[in-house]
Design a protein. Structure first.
Length: 98
C-alpha cells in the first residue's frame, strides 16, 4: 500500500493520495527508476512517479529518503569495517590467522 504526491495542474497544490502499483519503469541497466501507479482524484489516473514522490501508506519518509538513509548506513558500516581492518594490521572480522 502506497501514497503518491500528486500536484493539481490547475491550483499547483499537492497532496498525498492513496495509489495502487501497476508496474515499474526501468532504465537501460534494468534498475527501477519510476513506479507506474493508478490513483483516484477527480477520476482515475495512471501516472509514473519517481522515488521522491512515493511513500508507504501514511508514512512520512519517501522511498528516496529511505534509500538515502540505507545508503548512508551502509557507507558508515563499510568505513567502520575498513578502520577495524587497519587497526588489526589488515585483518578484518572473520579472517583466519595462519
Amino acid at each position: 500500500e502506497i501514497d503518491v504526491w500528486v500536484v493539481d495542474d490547475d491550483t499547483g497544490v499537492g497532496q498525498w493520495v492513496a495509489a495502487e502499483t501497476k508496474g515499474w519503469v526501468v532504465d537501460k541497466s534494468w534498475r527501477d527508476t519510476y513506479l507506474c501507479v493508478e490513483y483516484e482524484r477527480d477520476g482515475k489516473h495512471i501516472q509514473e512517479f519517481g522515488p521522491q514522490h512515493v511513500r508507504r501508506r501514511e508514512q512520512k519518509e519517501t522511498v528516496l529518503q529511505v534509500l538515502e538513509r540505507q545508503q548512508a548506513r551502509a557507507e558508515a558500516e563499510a568505513e567502520r569495517q575498513g578502520k577495524e581492518g587497519k587497526a588489526t594490521g589488515g585483518l578484518a572480522r572473520g579472517d583466519e590467522l595462519k
